[in-house]
Design a protein around this ligand. Structure first.
Ligand SMILES: [Zn+2]
Length: 411
């Protein structure tokens, strides 16, 4: 793929290599929010934002923003993603979206184009689950959606409030934004569809809602050698039936018309000793749906499953408890159509898709029309050191952003 794009592929590759290289040396590619390595990454980005002539600041929520003034005060076109990573994985996750956004600003400069709108390039603070145990801190914060009690969260005696201050934010300021005209975020797909179908660009129409459900199974600790098999209340055996039942329910729902996935990702047992019948299990389900009705169907089926397993095994299973419940986010039909038009105009192919992963765009879409551009990543791998995306694909995505910004500016 070598074609005439309105962006410079080499400049994108150079910045992604340089920023990815700012990593904990013993575990590439790690640059977790609030760590010294993250601040080094931000220093690099700040320099590059300034090189592109952007007015650079940190907002109260701790987001790094590069500002390019428009000819008229018609509102802000915002582009961005995040520069923080999960441990060991983030060669492209996040930074591809920040660097392509920056490249749009540089390419506008190269073409001598003055937009009517202001343009903001944003590196959102802590999109990934951070050392403080919570995610999308910057995008929530920008819109006044960050739960106030989060500021008290602590790690090693440091509060999140202090963490936000340390990156240059002002945690006591709560505000929102009413000037955002549209928001675009490029991201690697983190799934296998684009590569398998050989399609250049994924245009995201919705971002899954995420519900986390806790299940507690109470059995009875007994001697593992002397308690007859027929007279045990084994919490782990019962919990195993629950886990397999959840997999069965989720598999069935995933065959329906809208995206659904559920995972028992956290699981612990007590007393976890070789010679004791397990007395207690805690598990946490992560369930993702585009259609809230499907999420309700899932939650009801899991509750019925627990009642069934409890009655057959004799253990106690408490009513499943929802720990968190984030609704799905719909992207803007209008912005989705513009992204498709831009892709076709560049002679490339696109398909609509939904995102099973959460993104900052989910929050920004609550106050402004938003949509996302996905580009293929090798074998769909992400959040791992092997994560890889071809620079040609990233550059094409940048060109789609660029063309779409020009279209949005005329509206
Ligand atoms: Zn990401």
């Amino acid at each position: 793929m070598s074609r005439n794009l309105p962006v410079k592929a080499d400049r994108i590759a150079e910045d992604i290599d340089a920023l990815a290289g700012i990593t904990e040396p013993d575990k590439p590619w790690t640059r977790r929010a609030f760590t010294p390595m993250f601040l080094k990454g931000r220093e690099y980005l700040t320099r590059r934002f300034k090189d592109a002539g952007l007015e650079t600041r940190i907002d109260a929520a701790g987001n790094l923003i590069g500002f390019r003034k428009g000819r008229e005060s018609k509102g802000t076109l915002m582009l961005g993603s995040h520069s923080d990573t999960v441990p060991n994985g983030g060669r492209f996750d996040g930074i591809a979206g920040v660097i392509t956004a920056l490249e749009v600003a540089r390419s506008l400069n190269d073409a001598g184009i003055e937009l009517e709108h202001d343009l903001e390039i944003v590196d959102f603070l802590a999109e990934e689950v951070s050392i403080f145990g919570v995610s999308c801190i910057g995008s929530r914060g920008m819109l006044g959606l960050r739960p106030p009690e989060w500021l008290e969260r602590q790690v090693d005696g440091v509060t999140l409030a202090e963490g936000i201050s340390a990156v240059g934010g002002n945690p006591s300021f709560i505000g929102s934004r009413d000037d955002i005209k549209a928001f675009l975020e490029l991201h690697i797909e983190q799934g296998p569809v684009l590569e398998a179908e050989k399609i250049d660009i994924g245009v995201v129409t919705a971002i899954s809602g995420i519900t986390r459900i806790e299940i507690l199974v109470e059995g009875r600790a007994d001697h593992a050698g002397t308690t007859p098999m027929g007279s045990r209340l084994d919490a782990l055996s019962a919990a195993s039936h629950v886990v397999l039942g959840i997999e069965r329910i989720a598999t069935e729902l995933s065959r329906g018309p809208s995206h659904f996935a559920a995972t028992v990702g956290e699981f612990s047992m007590e007393p976890n000793a070789a010679n004791v019948v397990p007395s207690r299990v805690r598990m946490l389900i992560d369930a993702r749906a585009i259609d809230p009705a499907v999420m309700e169907t899932f939650a009801d089926a899991v509750a019925a499953l627990c009642v069934d397993v409890a009655s057959k095994s004799g253990v106690d299973i408490a009513e499943p408890r929802r720990i968190s419940n984030n609704p799905p986010s719909l992207m803007s039909d209008q912005v989705v159509a513009l992204l498709e038009e831009s892709t076709a105009g560049l002679g490339s192919t696109s398909r609509r898709m939904v995102s099973g992963a959460g993104h900052d765009a989910a929050y920004i879409s609550r106050v402004a029309p938003a949509a996302m551009v996905f580009i293929a990543c090798r074998e769909g791998r992400s959040h791992t050191a092997e994560e890889w995306a071809e620079n040609d694909a990233i550059a094409l995505g940048a060109a789609v952003l660029y063309e779409t910004v020009l279209k949005l500016d005329k509206q």
